[in-house]
Write a protein that binds this ligand. Structure first.
Ligand code: IMO
Ligand code: MG
Length: 459
């Protein structure tokens, strides 16, 4: 029986990793975050249907029986952690080697993005990049300091002096940091979380010996990986399988099974290449949550499946955005939406050596007349078709997606058995499996905790 599973994003994040982890965590002893910080936004529905969003707290926090670990590879904002845990009765452990995020990291994130102007990355503004920069240049403050308040205070003061020099020199218009104020905010949080700080590598290696069930919860996704993603439009950590090992301090045997989570379509927030996107990003930026949904005429276009209609792709992605509430869980930004891209998934499968996929949001494409799946990219001039996503993604400026067209379906919501899904929904799933030579073991077919189809036992 499987004891240790990693759940990783395969696209550009927001695939529903949190929902899959929450589902599997019912039967887990540990849920572990190994990389990233509160740039993640994992939306969870509790047993009673209430929705919560966690950013740095592992998604097991909704269950009192689960031990939740924020491991050494994470960057930790204590304020967000406190917000995430609000009202929950959770067990928590924080690695003493995890790096802390402070106000100066956020200040640099904001100032850098502003200075980049049109070339900005569209970060979540949570200070993630600057916190990892401090880690890499060996000046960061780690969670072990929470257990030594006087040293923490002194280190914060000297960091603020240094960071103010840097801010002034690089971004003269930025507001300077106030050490006293930062310390006043951090001190009660440090006192609160100090008892949870421990060597989580040791804890987890003992848990492995004790044959405990451990879930490693990925944050972000393959295409946002600092090495393998669409650099520089990526996050600052290894979001792929290697990040789980270095991010926890465990060896190769730590993970027995790796599940990739993919949405039935694609989304991306922030800048960067996205070949199957169907609307100019500049148009999407103007949209705000709650803006009027599609007109009757537009809904009819979606249902018609008339792919030759010039507005078809655009209205379909708008339909998905509304139906699936595709707005950033962390930032509230409208997400860019496009067709499912198998070239992207192929890369995620290879890099992570995925055993299987969990396909999410199948319910959100229900009602669309015809669906497109990108199977390759075709060169504008030579017509050459490639099926592997290049590391040098700027090459892709000369390529267009090649689509396989499939009929849509209706009335699939609330179905809990694969064989009961409409024939065309099953065909959609099987086409993905066959094209990628990877089984889809879990299908999420609704937002609720139990709205999923388990085709094969995961644990
Ligand atoms: P989950 O775990 C989607 C994106 C940002 C930006 C880039 C860099 O919910 O899937 P950063 O703040 O990390 O420096 O931003 O990465 N990004 C995410 N996009 N889901 C996430 O997390 C993301 N975390 C970061 O939008 O493009
Ligand atoms: Mg998210």
């Amino acid at each position: 029986m499987t004891k240790r599973i990693a759940v990783l994003g395969t696209q550009w994040g927001d695939e529903g990793k949190g929902a899959i982890v929450a589902q599997l965590a019912k039967d887990a002893d540990y849920v572990v975050r190994a990389q990233g910080g509160d740039n993640a936004g994992h939306t969870l529905y509790q047993e009673d249907g209430t929705k919560i969003v966690v950013n740095i707290a592992p998604s097991g926090v909704i269950y009192p029986h689960v031990k939740n670990i924020i491991a050494n590879g994470c960057v930790l904002n204590l304020e967000t952690l406190a917000q995430n845990l609000n009202g929950l009765n959770s067990q928590l452990y924080i690695s003493d080697a995890a790096h802390l995020i402070f106000d100066w990291h956020k200040a640099f994130d904001g100032a850098k993005e502003k200075a980049r102007g049109k070339a900005s990355l569209g970060t979540t503004n949570r200070g993630i990049g600057p916190a990892y920069m401090d880690k890499m240049q060996r000046t960061g403050l780690r969670a072990s300091l929470l257990q030594n308040l006087s040293e923490l205070e002194q280190r914060i003061c000297s960091q603020v002096t240094q960071k103010n020099h840097e801010l002034q020199a690089l971004y003269p218009n930025s507001t300077l940091l106030n050490a006293e104020q930062i310390w006043a905010n951090i001190k009660p949080l440090a006192q609160r979380f100090a008892p949870y700080v421990t060597d989580t590598s040791l804890l987890l290696s003992q848990a492995i010996k004790d044959k405990q069930r451990i879930l490693f919860e990925g944050a972000q996704a393959a295409m946002l990986d600092i090495d393998h993603g669409t650099y520089p439009y990526v996050t600052s950590s290894n979001t792929t399988i290697g990040g789980i090992l270095t991010g926890t301090g465990l060896g190769l045997n730590a993970v027995e099974k790796v599940i990739g989570v993919a949405k039935a379509y694609s989304t991306r927030v922030g800048e960067g290449i996205f070949l199957t996107e169907t609307e100019p990003y500049t148009d999407i930026k103007k949209i705000t949550r709650g803006t009027p949904s599609l007109t009757h005429r537009e809904k009819a276009i979606v249902r018609s499946g008339n792919i030759d209609h010039q507005e078809y792709d655009k209205v379909v992605t708008r339909y998905i955005r509304e139906d699936a509430d595709e707005y950033g869980a962390t930032t509230g930004r409208p997400r860019r939406v496009g067709w499912l891209d198998l070239v992207v998934l192929r890369k995620a499968i290879r890099i992570n050596n995925l055993d299987s996929l969990a396909l999410t949001r199948l319910d959100c494409v229900d009602g669309i007349g015809m669906l497109k799946i990108c199977t390759g990219y075709k060169h504008n001039v030579t017509n050459e078709i490639i099926t592997e996503f290049p590391n040098n993604h700027s090459l892709l400026e000369q390529y267009q997606p090649v689509y396989h067209i499939m009929p849509g379906w209706r009335n699939s919501k609330d179905i809990r058995a694969f064989k009961e899904l409409p024939k065309d929904a099953r065909a959609y799933v099987k086409f993905i499996e066959q094209s990628l030579d990877t089984p889809i073991t879990l299908i999420k077919n609704g937002c609720g905790l139990n709205d999923y189809i388990e085709r094969k036992k995961v644990w």
